[in-house]
Design a protein. Structure first.
Ligand SMILES: N[C@@H](CCC(=O)N[C@@H](CS)C(=O)NCC(=O)O)C(=O)O
Length: 224
């Protein structure tokens, strides 16, 4: 049986969606973020050394295994339980699948996280005489580095989705599931006026029955 160690309101939501899409049996162990720090509880360190979510354990078919890191979990589940979520090897669609599976956490999420952190610095509690300095530095990093990179990434995604219904090939794959979280997070924090295809894509995945079922299983999720 697969167990998803699910942290509320987190990337782990997409693993629940993947499992609903695959139609395999699984159970969920729920973990709650600390209300103040938003950190995961320390029980997650008992499952994997980094103490993050998602992480899954699977005691089938033969040996018990633990898999961490969303992209690796999606790839593992697709390989083990449903090849339909991976395009055929050595095809253009397969190369796209690998690309977007890695792009999500490797390129896009770091930029979105930097934006979140530097935006937070501007409003963090601090002595009044420090604020203009902190704000100045944050605005400089945002303006010179972070925002141009976020825009570049988002323009690139918009371009791709203006010509493709899905990220890899002509049907949904694990790459779509992996890309869902950063796009949802962007939509929650950014005006999407310049990204109509990306916005429509996120709205489309939100209507899927499997996505809705995963939401019921996972509990409150800010980005749906
Ligand atoms: N790249 C990792 C990121 C894992 C990660 O940072 N998860 C967040 C939830 S979205 C987490 O566990 N945060 C709680 C913490 O850092 O204490 C993945 O995609 O699995």
């Amino acid at each position: 049986m697969i167990t998803v160690h699910h942290l509320n309101n987190s990337r782990s939501q997409r693993i629940l969606w993947m499992l609903e899409e695959l139609g395999v049996d699984y159970q969920v162990k729920h973990y709650q973020r600390d209300a103040e720090t938003q950190q995961a509880p320390k029980e997650l360190f008992e499952i994997h050394a980094l103490g993050k979510s998602p992480v899954i354990t699977d005691d089938a078919p033969k040996t018990a295994i633990t898999v961490a890191e969303s992209g690796a979990i999606i790839e593992y589940l697709a390989q083990a339980y449903g090849k339909d979520m991976i395009p055929r090897k050595n095809t253009a669609a397969y190369r796209q699948y690998i690309y977007w599976l890695h792009f999500s956490e490797g390129s896009l999420m770091p930029q979105l996280l930097l934006k979140l952190i530097f935006d937070k610095i501007k409003t963090a509690p601090m002595p009044f005489f420090i604020r203009p300095i902190a704000k100045g530095i944050a605005n400089k990093v945002l303006g010179n580095y972070v925002l141009p990179n976020v825009k570049n990434n988002m323009d690139f995604i918009e371009d791709h989705l203006s010509e493709n219904d899905w990220f890899a090939g002509d049907k949904m794959t694990g790459a779509d599931i992996q890309m869902s979280f950063p796009l949802e997070a962007s939509m929650a924090r950014t005006k999407m006026d310049d990204y109509p295809h990306t916005k429509a894509y996120v709205e489309k995945i939100h209507t899927l029955e499997t996505y809705q079922k995963a939401l019921e299983v996972g509990g409150p999720y800010d980005y749906a």
